[in-house]
Write a protein that binds this ligand. Structure first.
Ligand code: NAG
Ligand code: NAG
Ligand code: NAG
Ligand code: NAG
Ligand code: NAG
Length: 347
């Protein structure tokens, strides 16, 4: 109501200042909408008016043509619909609620490039009141489904649960796509949200609790659209091939060295754990970084790292650093050092 009043006022003001005739009517439809072959498309459509109200709440859809008015949808006279669209179009909007949304089923490659427009109460609202055919929506038909996006929310480092989401965008909210996971989680849920201009985002969420720890988790999700088109996501997998990498070959005892935890995982691991073993004593270094700096290397330390990426974790083999003896001049130390080094090499 308020916006109608404001609209009238602005029309009036413009009328006074510029003496232009304002459109009393507006129709809102997207300029272009994508549609997937074999699936459906719902074209969002709303309208408003400040004068010349419709006498009956009827919406008819037409194909934009240089000649005539080929009918795409007419609820009063379905047989008037041109062959191309007959039996495939349904008005899903409530016209008395100013909603003229149209659903087209079984999209074909031939629908690509079609320009359509609605006409509200065509028997009473003349093109002189509003040129309905000046605003059209173009169908952009795709013959393949896009791969869904898969991602991991949260890391199971502490035994909390992890959610894997799989989502895709589509324009058939009347029958949203279904998601198929090739991995059994603790629960699966899905939701759909409108983005804009008739584009919807559907998301499936797979929840995993880390109590059931399976470190070789590997999964994909597949989306299946109405009409049967499918697409698969990339494959996610827990870290594998985890190893401790060090740059310098020869490390002098007492100097600083940086170790790197190298692994293969998708998504890339985000959390790391390091442990250090000296003799029989193993300690967890409280360091969640991929790089570990050790500022005073000793010859008797062994290191290993664990990489986490939410799907699982894997620990590397322990690594003995090739540390060179500090006091090379002292024969005793040197001999001991050599024997220690040769011991570790033969391991
Ligand atoms: C119009 O109707 C469609 C189909 O029922 C609905 O999804 C959409 O939300 C409606 N639009 C508005 C603006 O109410
Ligand atoms: C794990 O738990 C510890 C304490 O229990 C907390 O300090 C740490 O932030 C948690 N880490 C994550 C990744 O949730
Ligand atoms: C899921 O599919 C991917 C890709 O085909 C495969 O690598 C993975 O092993 C499958 N996971 C399970 C649990 O079958
Ligand atoms: C972990 O090691 C890195 C590299 O040496 C260092 O910058 C960081 O402060 C350390 N973090 C903790 C928590 O010790
Ligand atoms: C290695 O060196 C340490 C001293 O740094 C020594 O106590 C130990 O006996 C040596 N180990 C071997 C196997 O020679």
């Amino acid at each position: 109501m308020d916006s109608t009043r404001r609209y009238r006022l602005s029309c009036l003001l413009q009328g006074i200042v510029l003496t232009v005739v304002c459109d009393a009517w507006t129709v809102e439809i997207p300029k272009k909408i994508s549609a997937l072959q074999d699936s459906c498309v719902v074209i969002p459509c709303t309208f408003s008016y400040s004068s010349n109200p419709p006498q009956s709440f009827i919406a008819v859809w037409y194909q934009y043509a240089s000649r005539g008015y080929p009918v795409v949808y007419d609820g009063r006279n379905p047989s008037s619909v041109i062959d191309k669209f007959r039996g495939r179009t349904v008005l899903v909007g409530d016209v008395s609620d100013r909603n003229c949304s149209l659903k087209i089923n079984s999209i074909t490659r031939n629908d690509n490039g079609e320009k359509l427009y609605p006409w509200i109460d065509p028997d009473h609202i003349s093109y002189r009141v509003y040129t309905f055919y000046d605003k059209t929506v173009e169908l952009a038909v795709s013959d393949y489904a896009d791969s869904p996006e898969i991602s991991v929310l949260g890391t199971a480092v502490n035994g909390s649960s992890v959610r894997i989401t799989c989502s895709t965008v589509h324009t058939c909210p009347a029958s949203p796509p279904i998601f198929i996971w090739n991995y059994t989680g603790d629960s699966v849920s899905s939701h759909h949200e409108h983005q804009s201009n008739g584009r919807w985002k559907s998301t499936s969420v797979l929840t995993l609790t880390s109590s059931r720890n399976d470190d070789s988790r590997e999964m994909t999700c597949k989306v299946q659209h109405p009409g049967g088109k499918t697409a698969s996501s990339i494959t996610l997998y827990a870290p594998k091939d985890v190893s401790v990498f060090l740059d310098n070959r020869a490390i002098k005892e007492g100097t600083a060295v940086i170790l790197k935890c190298v692994s293969d995982g998708n998504p890339e691991p985000q959390h790391y754990q390091w442990s250090q073993t000296r003799g029989r004593k193993t300690i967890d270094l409280n360091n969640d970084t991929q790089l570990l700096e050790i500022s005073n290397v000793r010859r008797d330390s062994v290191y290993s790292c664990t990489a986490h990426n939410g799907l699982g974790n894997k620990k590397s083999e322990p690594v003995t650093l090739p540390v060179e003896c500090k006091y090379m001049s002292i024969l005793r130390s040197m001999l001991m050092c050599m024997s220690n080094n040769s011991d570790s090499r033969t391991e």
